[in-house]
Design a protein around this ligand. Structure first.
Ligand SMILES: Cc1ncc(COP(=O)(O)O)c(C=O)c1O
Length: 281
């Protein structure tokens, strides 16, 4: 746990930070967040993440107590206070203290610092499994704090030896609970859904990193295509590009980590590193 966090613009020891019991995030699960990595003391692709954060807030009618530039400066102050060169930042904007247990109040803004994410190396060298579930996230383009379905399904996910649950709706692929999904088909195209999903920043980076390497197609994707894909992989800020070798117990392709999952992970990491080399401090 990081030593410091921030509550409504005040940096304070995380152990001392607390929120009142009438916040709408607690009473009704109303709030939005964002999550991104930082290295060299600087948030990765900051403009893209902040844009998504402010969009989520606006779509849910929540006004952040800090403007963009101020929040950007403030995050860097928090990172400096914690003194770690790399890690992750979570911005959380709640519904605020509700006057009647239902209507929003003035949003509370929390900034938390987390350790750099670490998954076992075997997730990348051997791939992971998924189970599927018929579900459509509400307000798909909003990064809301509502993960009810994914968390409720944790026992099933774990007993299947899977990492996450993959959502589909009426036979159409959406995303996984915390990641976007790509597949490589027999035409050697990179295919990913184009609607009713959270538009992941890592998804966007992979699309950019893949340019010129293979055709990238964003469109509706049916579940049969997923089961019959040569390769499937997940993308997320905390997991880079992670190969999926099993869905509902069925092998994807030859059941091994494929060439494109490996190659695009490497390209994604180059793309991320290039960002830091170019980014202004
Ligand atoms: C529902 C959902 N889809 C996709 C993603 C991946 O988004 P990003 O690459 O911006 O982390 C996340 C990340 O938490 C998510 O919660």
């Amino acid at each position: 746990m990081a030593q410091y966090c921030s509550l409504n613009g005040k940096i304070l020891p995380q152990k001392e930070a607390s929120l009142g019991v009438t916040d709408l995030a607690l009473l009704r699960g109303y709030g939005i967040f964002d999550y991104f990595l930082f290295r060299y003391g600087r948030p990765m692709l900051e403009a893209q993440y902040l844009e998504r954060f402010y969009n989520s807030a606006e779509k849910m009618g929540l006004e952040p107590p800090m403007r963009w530039q101020e929040l950007s400066r403030h995050m860097r102050e928090l990172i400096a206070a914690n003194g770690e060169g790399k890690g992750a930042i979570r911005l959380l904007l709640t519904g605020g203290y509700s006057p009647d247990g239902y209507s929003p109040g003035t949003p509370n803004l929390i900034v938390l610092q987390h350790p750099w994410p670490s998954y076992p190396e075997t997730h990348f060298t051997e791939g992971v499994g998924l189970i599927t579930h018929h579900f459509q996230r509400e307000w798909p383009e909003v990064k809301s704090i509502n993960y009810l379905t994914g968390i409720k399904l944790l026992p099933e996910i774990r007993s299947a030896g899977a990492l996450e649950v993959l959502y589909h709706y009426n036979g159409v692929l959406r995303e996984s609970v915390r990641s976007n999904v790509f597949l490589i088909n027999d035409k050697e195209e990179l295919v990913t859904p184009d609607r009713d999903i959270l538009f992941g920043i890592t998804r966007d980076s992979v699309i950019k990193a893949a340019a010129g390497l293979l055709p990238v197609v964003t469109r509706e994707v049916r579940m049969e295509e997923v089961y019959n894909a040569r390769e499937v992989f997940l993308t997320g800020s905390n997991k880079s590009a992670m190969p999926v070798v099993r869905i509902d117990g069925r092998a994807i392709g030859d059941g091994k980590v494929g060439y494109w999952a490996r190659t695009l992970k490497a390209k994604l990491e180059e793309y991320r590193e290039a960002y830091y080399q170019r980014a202004e401090v």
